[in-house]
Design a protein around this ligand. Sequence first.
Ligand SMILES: Nc1ncnc2c1ncn2[C@@H]1O[C@H](COP(=O)(O)OP(=O)(O)OP(=O)(O)O)[C@@H](O)[C@H]1O
Ligand SMILES: [Mg+2]
Length: 276
Amino acid sequence: MSALPGDSSQAPDPSVPMMSLRGVVKTFGSGQQRVMAVKGVDFDVAVGETLAIVGESGSGKSTLARLMTGLETPTAGTVSFAGKPLSPDSLAWRRAFARQTQLVFQSASYSLNPLKTVYSTIEAPLRVAGVPLAQRMQRVRELLDTVELRPYDSFAQRYPRQLSGGQRQRVVIARAMALRPSFLVADEPVSSLDVSVRNQILNLMLDLKDSYRFTMVLITHDLGVARGMADRIAVMQQGQIVELGPTQQVLDDPQHPYSRALLDAVPLLSAQGLRP
Ligand SMILES: Nc1ncnc2c1ncn2[C@@H]1O[C@H](COP(=O)(O)OP(=O)(O)OP(=O)(O)O)[C@@H](O)[C@H]1O
Ligand SMILES: [Mg+2]
């Protein structure tokens, strides 16, 4: 398995995009009910970069997130990870891909099992990956420390209902980091949180990026969040990427009318309080 892309023993090759989409189309349903959620999208995400995807509700952002993490297969086009097309046919490849790729959802309340303790939530991916018990225990301890849920003994045995929204999202992030992914897709990771907690979580994600060195796609409604976090911004409208460029350029000099409209509509307040 060592030759597979996504094997965690291999550092990603920086000359090959981590994620690459070519002509990607996704339709749901058929006949009158047919919805074309993604209408032919092409872009690359370079190793180590953070790409923000912004756009109005229903523009296809979450569908794109699911395509990039293999939860949906494209109707047409190709999604490649580390230079290799996602292939549902190769089980070994899919396993390696699944290990290297994580999706963090909007609401921690939906993504956590209410019947599982913090410890068993974070331990689960390690167990599935065959990590021995002693190492799992050690790793969960480290992860809780990393996401600043301290002291360990006070958090490990709690259930989701015994945590605040921000603490729950920290658990989700710790679980996503468990197998040291090289690619993280975060779909509105802070939109269910209030503003003060939001910045804490975003700052945590910036710190984690520094230490884990993953590549990130961050989906957000909030251009302020994109400004504080991303190297480049892709603007999505009705299933298409209408503009993609360096963060500063898109914010200072948007080319597409829809990008300009988005910018006019949203005061860039949320980046305040984010780490420089
Ligand atoms: N499983 C599905 N079956 C049918 N239609 C779907 C499905 N998933 C998404 N859609 C449709 O595809 C379009 C894009 O949805 P998507 O969730 O990707 O948008 P979004 O940009 O993430 O929106 P939001 O900002 O509200 O989260 C919508 O019209 C949605 O109703
Ligand atoms: Mg969405």
